[in-house]
Design a protein around this ligand. Structure first.
Ligand code: KG4
Ligand code: ZN
Length: 341
């Protein structure tokens, strides 16, 4: 089954085609992402109305481009998947409107995909994909969750952030040290030059049992450290390193705890912060130590993309799930309410 996937939940327009006749990375026939970063940069964050309008401009050309790259015509498609939530309502409506209209015009089944399920399944688009049961760490700009996955579509929330998401903490911390939007990757790059150990910040909520996170206090610690410092380039890098180490350690401690709780040794990691090299290395080391396995998507599939939506949608379409012919989105959506596949 060849499924067109469309992602427009935030500031990336993503389109892909996944073919379930193949497995892992081989099934991904083509994917393209158009990032709106430059559009929002001058505002220091995503402006929802601008995001929606840009999706309107970019989506259909990106669909044509992706089909051309896959060497396919619309007649070769067997289904359409689109992000139905969570996300910005206007942005979601653009993707849902286009996806639903295409499906109707081409007489194809369509399914709305949960954005975080898309992220969660992205590591399965690689070769030798892991099979459930596993624990998933979802770390994006909007979410930080540990999820126990017994089967695809069966998600039990083990823990989540009580305030800022990990990516949000990266972005806000970067901003308060004067880095341009989106700060996460820039802060990580700066941390490369930082002296480990010169600044040590707390590992929030690791000193008590439980799998929840809290990252907002860390941002305040950084603010105080930065304000009281000489604000030199080296100090900025050193603070960035201290901050990154604190977030990475905290995530790794909770991941190990979640694996223990779930009685499982396979961890999958997805979402934008999954692109962080120090996090990848730390979790690899942790998994290796316990004789387990950690799986990441390739870098470009960590952040928002159409491939994960095509893949998640293809699994659900193959299982016979489809949506009525209406344009409906769910900006707030609990993943635990999803039907099993
Ligand atoms: O999954 P994603 O593309 O969008 C959401 O669904 O939120 O994640 C974006 C987040 C941003 O907060 C960004 O700063 C963060 O992922 N991010 C990183 C890195 N690359 C992206 N955070 C830390 N290190 C990175 N290398
Ligand atoms: Zn995302």
């Amino acid at each position: 089954m060849r499924v067109l996937g469309i992602e427009t939940s935030c500031d990336e327009t993503g389109v892909a085609v996944y073919d379930t006749a193949r497995t892992g990375a081989d099934g991904l026939l083509a994917h393209a992402v158009y990032s709106q970063i430059a559009l929002h940069a001058e505002y220091g964050g995503v402006v929802p109305e601008l995001a929606s309008r840009d999706h309107v401009r970019k989506l259909l050309p990106l669909v044509r481009q992706t089909l051309a790259e896959a060497g396919l015509d619309t007649a070769d498609l067997d289904g359409v998947a689109y992000t139905a939530g969570p996300g910005l309502v206007g942005a979601l409506l653009v993707g849902a409107g286009v996806a639903r209209s295409l499906a109707w015009a081409l007489d194809l089944p369509a399914v709305g995909v949960h954005h975080m399920e898309g992220h969660l399944l992205a590591p399965l688009i690689e070769n030798d994909p892991p099979k459930p049961p596993f624990v998933a760490l979802l770390v994006s700009g909007g979410h930080t969750q540990l999820v126990e996955v017994d089967a695809i579509g069966q998600y039990r929330l083990l823990g989540e952030t009580l305030d800022d998401a990990a990516g949000e903490a990266f972005d806000k911390t970067a901003k308060l040290m004067g880095l341009p939007y989106p700060g996460g990757p820039q802060l990580a790059r700066l941390a490369e030059q930082g002296t480990p150990g010169r600044y040590r910040f707390a590992r929030p909520m690791t000193d008590r049992p439980g799998l929840d996170f809290s990252f907002s206090g860390l941002k305040t610690q950084v603010l105080l450290a930065w304000r009281d410092s000489d604000q030199s380039e080296q100090t900025r890098a050193d603070i960035a390193r201290g901050f990154e180490d604190a977030v990475v350690d905290t995530l790794a401690i909770k991941c190990e705890r979640a694996l223990d709780e779930a009685g499982c040794d396979t961890l999958i990691v997805a979402g934008g912060v999954g692109a962080n090299q120090r996090l990848r290395a730390k979790l690899q080391a942790m998994a290796q130590k316990r004789g387990g396995r950690v799986c990441f998507p390739r870098m470009e599939l960590c952040t928002d993309n159409g491939a994960m939506i095509a893949y998640a949608g293809a699994l659900r379409l193959e299982a016979g799930q489809r949506e009525d012919a209406q344009v409906k989105v769910t900006p707030r959506w609990d993943m635990a309410t999803l039907p099993a596949v």
